[in-house]
Design a protein around this ligand. Sequence first.
Ligand SMILES: [Zn+2]
Length: 486
Amino acid sequence: MEANFTMKFQPVIGLEVHVELATNSKMFCGCPVVDSVEAEPNIAVCPVCSGMPGALPVANERAVEYGIRVGLALGCTIQPTSIFARKNYFYPDMPKAYQISQFEDPLATDGTLIIKTEDGSEKTVRVLRAHLEEDAGKLTHIEGASLVDLNRAGVPLLEIVSMPDMHSAIEARSYAENLRDILRYLGVNSGDMEKGVIRFEANISVRPEGTEKLGTRTEVKNLNSFRAMEDAINYEIERQSKLIEAGGEVDQVTMGWDEAKAKTYTMRGKEDSHDYRYFPEPDLPPLKVDDAWRERVLSELPELPRAKFERFVADYELTEYDAGVLVAEKTTADYFESALKASSQKVTPKMVANWMTGDLFALMNQNDVSINALKLQPAGLAELVSLVAEGEINQKTAKEILAEVFESGASPKAIVAEKGLGQVSDGDLIGALVAEVVNEHQAEVTSYREGKEGIANWLFGQVMKKARGRANPQVLREELMRQLKG
Ligand SMILES: [Zn+2]
């Protein structure tokens, strides 16, 4: 992909993100929101979402609340009054021939999102607006026909529009990933990209480095994965740069992304808002959000990923890597904190983090189990880590117990008691075992006393063998040294 240009170009990228809001019912009718992949076609359809004349829409309060939640989490101003409008265009997946959206007066305006740049530093991307709208249905093209499924028609969408503040595909990806994490924390979207619950559109232009004037942009639609978005942006940056350097001009067009060919293609020409003949939706009153509603939603916002990450690093002294892994999902972060809270005083946050990101995650991967479906509860992990920290069991035994309680969800303490797996720390008992070994290996003991100090490790191993691996290593070592000196 790397090409050598004599001119240097700076890419300028803005993202529009379409987010399905995880409500039970659709945006303007009572139809349930059904799984877009699993459900039979056209089982969740009524006169409103199938566009029958005379059917009247009613705005879904839960969807509005979710929109407010996202707006506030992005630091937006929530508009006291926003207006639904008709965006007119014809397409077979939308029988009304218009989409209800918000145009001049969106729900939320002027927010920000912090992202990581290529060199690892942070920067702020401005969020222009977030507005409510409805999804269209789905078309499946088969030999000689197209099949229409209206299950998705009318599903609530929030469209979040950034300013063109990003300058590489990596920055765009960071924006998209951070936004997805926030949406999941807020509980308004599953983040399940394979089901199309988040879709991207990228506006891309390039300009000679050091210049201010924006170049002509293209808009690439229907990017359904982070990978597709990143590839499409990189492709457009290179295509436009080559074109300009060769003396050509970029056309302002709407494009698609051909995943198989890994290239963009032109779908249609320049499209302006007047082409849609927007006008206020006559069947819906202006949407009002009063101070009390906004304040309540604000007071109920959860701690967001970035704040949690910073707290984990500062308060628990975790590495940025560990903190990043643990806060990626809210459930994982909650699990960690519950386990830490339930652990004994000798357990450090780092110990819990190590057990989770190491052995526990490995078992989850091997068995394809998510954190939500774990049989081992945080209290169970806390018991296990505490047993190690208190010297009751050693690491090796703990790993074996973990594999067992991962399967059964049983209490590690109970298993230790039941199977007699507890670590032996009794000085008299260990002393007796050491005495046996010293008696049985007089030659080696003599060598040790003559200066071959390395033999102590071998003798240590012999005692541990007698203790079937369960002797407290520290007590054993002290006792062995005492008797060897004797
Ligand atoms: Zn309906």
